[in-house]
Write a protein that binds this ligand. Structure first.
Ligand SMILES: CC(C)=CCC/C(C)=C/CC/C(C)=C/COP(=O)(O)OP(=O)(O)O
Length: 331
C-alpha cells in the first residue's frame, strides 16, 4: 500500500515536471496577454456520460479552475470567460435557477482566503448587465469584485448577463449621455446644443461627435485589453455574441472537445497557434524580447525533458495503465 502511494506521488511529480518543462519551452515565444473562453458543451458532456444535466456545469467549473491554473502557470495575465449570456436566460427556468445557484456558490468559494484567486493574486470583474441577475447573485458578484480589488497579478473577467450587442448599445448610450453633459458644461448658454453624431474619429473632446475611443471607454470590457485568442470548445467556430467589438484581431481556436474535457494540452496548442500567427495578428510593438542566450536555461530544460521522455519510453512496458493515466492527467 505504502509502496503504491510512493509510486503515485513519483508519477505525479513527473507529470508536474513535464508540464513545467513544456511551460518553459512555450514561454520562449510570445505569450498571449489575454485569452477569452467560450465554455461550450457542458450539457452535452453530461449527456455523453449519462449524468444529470446540472452535473455538466459542475464538471465545467472544475475544468475552468484547471484552465485558470494552466493560464497563470503560462503567465497569461488576463482571462475572460463567457459564463452566462443574456440568451441563456431563455432556457428552462429550473435550469437558469440551478446554473445561477452554481455560479453564486462557486463565486463564494473563489473569494475565500485560501482560494485560487488569492493564491495567484487575481482581481475579478463581472462584465455584463448585472441588473439582470437576481439580487443575491448580484450582491455576491459585487462582494467578489470588492474582495479581490487589491489583487494585481492577474485579472479574471466573468461575463454574466452579457451579450456583445447589449454591451455596444449600452456603451453608445452611456457615451452619448456623457457627451451631452460635457457639451452642456462647456456651453452653459445652451447656444451650442445640437445633435450628437457618431464619427469615425478616434476621440473628440468638446465637439458634438462621439468617436471610436469614446465608445470603447464605456464598454463593460474596457477594464481589460482586447483578447489575443478566443477559445471555443466543442468545435464550434461561432462567436455567439461574445466580445464582437474586441475580437477584431483575435485568433479563434476551436478544439473538438466539450468544455469539461479541456486540458493543458489544448491551451498549449492554442498558444503555439498564436505564436505561429503572431506576425499576422497585428501585434505591433509587442515583439518578443527574448534573445537566444536568455533561452539557454529553457533549452537545457528542453533537452532534459526529452531525455526523461526517452527513459519513460524505455520503461513504458513496466508501467501499468493506471500509472500512465496519472501522468497523462497533467495534460
Ligand atoms: C463561478 C463561475 C464563473 C462558474 C461558472 C460555472 C459554469 C461552468 C457555467 C457555464 C454555463 C454555461 C451556460 C455553459 C455552456 O454550456 P451549455 O449549457 O451551452 O452546454 P451545451 O453546449 O452542451 O448545451
Amino acid at each position: 500500500m505504502e509502496k503504491r502511494s510512493d509510486q503515485t506521488s513519483i508519477l505525479e511529480n513527473l507529470g508536474r515536471f513535464c508540464r513545467a518543462c513544456i511551460v518553459s519551452i512555450v514561454s520562449v515565444g510570445p505569450i498571449p496577454v489575454h485569452i477569452a473562453f467560450i465554455m461550450d458543451g457542458n450539457r452535452r458532456y453530461a449527456k455523453k456520460k449519462n449524468l444529470l444535466e446540472g452535473t455538466g456545469h459542475r464538471f465545467g467549473y472544475l475544468a475552468l479552475i484547471n484552465m485558470l491554473k494552466c493560464c497563470y502557470e503560462l503567465g497569461i495575465k488576463y482571462v475572460t470567460i463567457y459564463a452566462f449570456s443574456i440568451d441563456n436566460f431563455k432556457r428552462r427556468p429550473e435550469e437558469v435557477e440551478s446554473t445561477m445557484k452554481l455560479i453564486q456558490e462557486k463565486i463564494e468559494e473563489l473569494i475565500k482566503e485560501e482560494s485560487l484567486l488569492n493564491i495567484y493574486g487575481v482581481r475579478v470583474y463581472f462584465l455584463g448587465n448585472l441588473k439582470l441577475l437576481n439580487k443575491s447573485v448580484r450582491l455576491t458578484a459585487e462582494r467578489a469584485m470588492a474582495a479581490t480589488a487589491g489583487n494585481s497579478k492577474a485579472v479574471l473577467s466573468i461575463c454574466v448577463g452579457y451579450t456583445s450587442t447589449d454591451e455596444i448599445v449600452h456603451a453608445v448610450q452611456e457615451c452619448c449621455e456623457r457627451k451631452w453633459d460635457e457639451i452642456r458644461e462647456l456651453d452653459s448658454s445652451g447656444a451650442g446644443y445640437g445633435l450628437i453624431s457618431i464619427g469615425t474619429n478616434e476621440e473628440s473632446k468638446g465637439e458634438n461627435i462621439v468617436g471610436v475611443a469614446d465608445i470603447e471607454k464605456h464598454m463593460y470590457a474596457a477594464v481589460v485589453p482586447d483578447p489575443d485568442i478566443i477559445i471555443r470548445t466543442s468545435g464550434e467556430t461561432r462567436l455567439s455574441n461574445f466580445l464582437l467589438w474586441q475580437s477584431a484581431d483575435s485568433l479563434l481556436y476551436s478544439p473538438s472537445i466539450l468544455w469539461p474535457e479541456i486540458g493543458f494540452r489544448h491551451l498549449v496548442w492554442a498558444v503555439l497557434d498564436f505564436q505561429r500567427n503572431f506576425h499576422y495578428l497585428k501585434k505591433k510593438g509587442k515583439e518578443s524580447e527574448v534573445s537566444w542566450w536568455k533561452s539557454i536555461p529553457r533549452i537545457l530544460k528542453y533537452c532534459l525533458f526529452w531525455m526523461v521522455g526517452i527513459l519513460i519510453l524505455f520503461q513504458f512496458h513496466s508501467l501499468s495503465q493506471k500509472n500512465v493515466e496519472i501522468v497523462w492527467g497533467f495534460f
